[in-house]
Ligand binder design. Structure first.
Ligand SMILES: [Zn+2]
Ligand SMILES: [Zn+2]
Length: 382
């Protein structure tokens, strides 16, 4: 991602590392795209496959070699010359020889062996961790109008989850999304799955059936992103509030540099000024704070997923260990109780069935003293 030093010194909208391998200096994403488009030839950006003769001619010219050397190179480097089987036998593509010497086969054998161990020891999530990415690579849409335009910007964005665990393990749970430069920040917000949006607040031990169906996201719609001194508020719905105002006023009264506001639904990524690799903030449900790090900004490539409808494209999702019911150890937890005389621990998690069987009689009357809160497991999004 780093720009050549000569460019970085004289240009402003090319990512230049502020701290090596950590983050770049601030630059404007739209101008960055324009810088690339003005420097590249149209065929570099195009999805069209260059015809082979033209490619060879250009390659020979770029490398400063003659036609004869070129054709010799082509035959020596041809994949037909890579073989580990007798010439008269058709190879079985699936079989890797037991002791390969070819580097590619050594790597492939490693991969196969690794997969075999995974199958024995790991679960389906680990097994298919790369599946998300593989299934969309090079995908093209059914209709041309759904095609990601040539020259579009693709951003790689990591969204981190608040570390609320007692044990901090250095594993920082996050999801990775690919987004287009023309996406608004509101699109990013909608693509972030956080369990806090699903939680229902309240104590319902006297009548568990009264626990409302609505989830927090339906009620508390305010949220903001914070990039480079600007709060981008979600103002799409009448009940949205500008929750950045408190911070802005606070900063003003203490002579901090001024912060400003904008609407996330009116802001596209190409409008933003950012540092690649720098931690920014997404805040929702009042105090649920996620770090957001843009790890890459680049032009779209013909091997990318080119179906607009599949963006924002999830390429990585951290799997969270599901908290099973403390009684049956079988089902996902739906209730959390405290001051519960029946509970093996405080607080305690139950599935819906065990919770009701243990705490209510046939008529649905509450047995004993306890407090009960609806619980949504963070693993609900796995
Ligand atoms: Zn959250
Ligand atoms: Zn249970």
């Amino acid at each position: 991602m780093a720009a050549p030093k000569a460019f970085a010194d004289c240009e402003t909208n090319i990512p230049d590392y502020e701290y090596t391998d950590v983050n770049t200096k601030v630059f404007h994403i739209g101008s960055f795209r324009n810088e690339w488009l003005s420097r590249l030839n149209p065929e570099d950006v195009s999805y069209e496959q260059e015809d082979e003769d033209a490619f060879d001619a250009n390659f020979a010219k770029d490398m400063g070699i003659g036609a004869e050397t070129m054709s010799e190179l082509k035959s020596v480097c041809s994949i037909d010359s890579l073989r580990c089987h007798p010439e008269d036998q058709p190879p079985d593509m699936e079989v890797v020889p037991p002791d390969p010497t070819l580097k590619t086969l050594i790597q492939r054998k490693k991969r196969q062996d690794y997969k075999a161990t995974l199958k024995r020891t790991k679960n389906r999530h680990d097994l298919y961790a790369n599946e998300l990415e593989r299934s969309t690579l090079g995908r093209t849409p059914e209709t041309v109008s759904d095609m990601v335009p040539e020259g579009e910007i693709i951003l790689t964005i990591n969204v981190y989850y608040p570390a609320t665990y007692d044990k901090f393990t250095y594993v920082r749970p996050h999801a990775t999304l690919l987004m287009m430069g023309s996406h608004s920040l509101a699109k990013l917000r909608d693509a972030i799955c956080c369990v806090r949006d699903l939680q229902v607040c309240g104590e319902f031990s006297n009548n568990p059936d009264m626990a409302p169906d609505f989830v927090s996201k339906d009620h508390y719609k305010s949220a903001f992103f914070f990039f480079e001194g600007v709060f981008y508020n979600d103002m799409r719905f009448p009940e949205c509030q500008d929750i950045s105002m408190t911070t802005i006023e606070w900063a003003k009264s203490r002579n901090f540099p001024p912060y400003s506001q904008a609407k996330m639904e009116d802001t596209q990524f190409v409008d933003l000024k950012v540092k690649v690799g720098f931690p920014y903030l997404y805040c929702h449900q009042g105090d649920c704070e996620h770090l957001v790090i843009i790890t890459d900004v680049r032009l779209v490539h013909k091997n990318d997923c080119l179906d607009k409808k599949l963006y924002p494209l999830l390429t990585h999702k951290h799997r969270i260990v599901i908290q099973k019911c403390a009684v049956c150890h079988l089902f996902i937890s739906r209730w959390l109780t405290t001051n519960d005389q029946f509970a093996p621990s405080h607080p305690c998690l139950y599935c819906d069935k065990c919770f009701r069987m243990l705490h209510y009689d046939d008529q649905g009357s509450k047995l004993g003293d306890f407090l009960a809160y609806p619980y949504v497991d963070p693993g609900a999004f796995n």
